[in-house]
Every structure is written in C-alpha cells, then in structure tokens.
Design a protein around this ligand. Sequence first.
Ligand code: 8YV
Length: 321
Amino acid sequence: MDKPYVFITRRMPKDITARLEASCRVSMWEYEDIPVTPDRLKEEIKQADALFCNVSDRIDTDMLNKAEHLKVIATMAVGYNNIDIQAAADKGIQVAHTPGVLTETTADLTFALLMASARRLPEGIDIIRNNEWGAWAPFFLTGPDIHHARIGIIGMGRIGEAVARRAAGFNMDIVYHNRSPKPEEEESLGASYAGMDELLATSDFVCVQTPYTKETHHLIGRNALQKMKKDAVLINTSRGAVVDETALYEALKAGDIRAAGLDVFENEPIRADHPLLTLPNVTALPHIGSASEDTRQQMAEMTADHILEALSGETVSNKVV
Ligand code: 8YV
C-alpha cells in the first residue's frame, strides 16, 4: 500500500520531516519565509492525506472542496481562525492545533511589549542609533509606571492567565473580562472580574488575549477606544482583526489613548508605509509571540505528531472543536 502523502506549507527542519518520513511520503513548500501560493496549495490539497500548515495559510471552503483524500489539517499554532472548521468537519477532516506549549512564551512577549510600550524602548533605541542623544534630561522619555498600575485582560484563557501571573509579579492590580468568570484565577492571582466597559474605563494597560471570531471582530473599535483612559496603553498579541486598526490609528493620533504595542495586524505582513508605523507611540512586532527556539520546535513536533495520530486512525490529541 502507498504511504500517505503529507504536504507541509513551509520549509521545515530535517528532524521534523524525518519524523513524518518514516511512515509518510512528504513534500513541502521550498521556502521558510514566503507563504505557499494558493495555486500550489490547491494542487497539493487535492492529493494530500494530511496538511501541515500555519497561521498564514487560508484554508477556506473553496480550498477544502479541492481535497479528495484529506484526513487531517494540523496547524502549527494555537489560533485557527484561518481554517474553515465547519467545512472541514462537514468533510470529516480532523483539525489539530498546538495549545499549551506556547502559552508561557506568548505571555512573555506580551509582557515585553507592555514594558517596551510603557517605557518607550523603541524610541530610546532609535534615538541612540540615530545619534540623537543630547544629554540626560529630567523628563526625557518618561512613561507610566508598570508596577501597581491596573492591567485589564480581555480573554482569560491560557495565555491571559499566564499574562495575569506575570502582572501579579509586578504588583499590578488585575482585572479581566471573559465569557465566564474564573473564580480560580480570582483567588490565586487576586484578579477581579470586570464588565467590558469597566475594564476599558479603568485599566492603565488593556491586553487583548481573546481568539479571533465573528464576535471578536473589531472588538476594540472606535467605541471601545473612546472608553479607554487617555493615558492607557493597548497591547495585542492575539489576532490583528480583534482591533480596528483605522480606529486605533485615529485614537493614537488624537491622543485618545497613550500608546499601543502590537504583535499582530489585520493583514500580515504589514509594510513600512502602514499608517500605524508613522506614529512614535506604536511598538510593532512581526507576529513573534511564540517565537522562542524551544517553543517553535515543540509546536512543529506537536504538529507532526498530530498528523501521525490522524493517519493511524486515531483522534488527534489536540482537536479543534
Ligand atoms: C502567536 C499564534 O505568536 O499560535 C498562534 O496562533 O499566533 C501565536 O503563536 C501569538 O498569539 C501572537 O503574538
């Protein structure tokens, strides 16, 4: 019997392909830093038994209609808004993702962004690199304190909870908003549940940690931004489209909020002429929330293992519901 065919949408290191090659025929897109073209993906998905993909591959109904043998879509990410889950389920295709392994790493980066935005690290770095450092000055590059400030976490899932743990270490006052209250977090971290309006109106740092769904599309739009404190900082390490970037640009420009730290954007990759990048109070990163060496390795291994599970007839261990 022919070995099952696996297509990987980005170039992966040898140890990852080897994990699959023992029992599968594997081919992959040649590049690590260029997304697979939709045409190639369509051609591959037609024959593939398994797909190893990532956040930048759009797997919609149209794409899934091409699949003739596909049993599993394994994405190297916790977020799966790029995949039409219902269409996959209708075709009996399992979808697996990588929760858990990236929680702490993404929370680390969330905190790094929070600190960089508050204490204006990118501006300081630019000043030195551009040879513009005049002298020590009493109120030069001052920002808000982080310790004892109020952090409002929108979405108290795994990553939100890990951000809250870090905030507790900084003696921050923690409030959160979630579909349902989490009494365990309230007790262990001293966090308190807040309605969305209260969270927005009282937080010094608003951290967006919610998955992207129809309901969270532009959750942080003009209305929400108007409710925030004028000196509040917005941090987003979830998905770009949870924030309305046009409204954010206007709010930052008008001084309705102080600053924003963003690891994700509505249309990635953004380019240097993106309006948000013209503002000094925006700290922007290229979607690297989970990008530590160990975490990305674990995510890749886990993704390969999901494929092996599905191809041997099992239910994948991290099935997207
Ligand atoms: C990100 C991600 O790095 O797994 C995902 O879905 O996008 C993460 O790996 C993070 O959420 C963005 O900062």
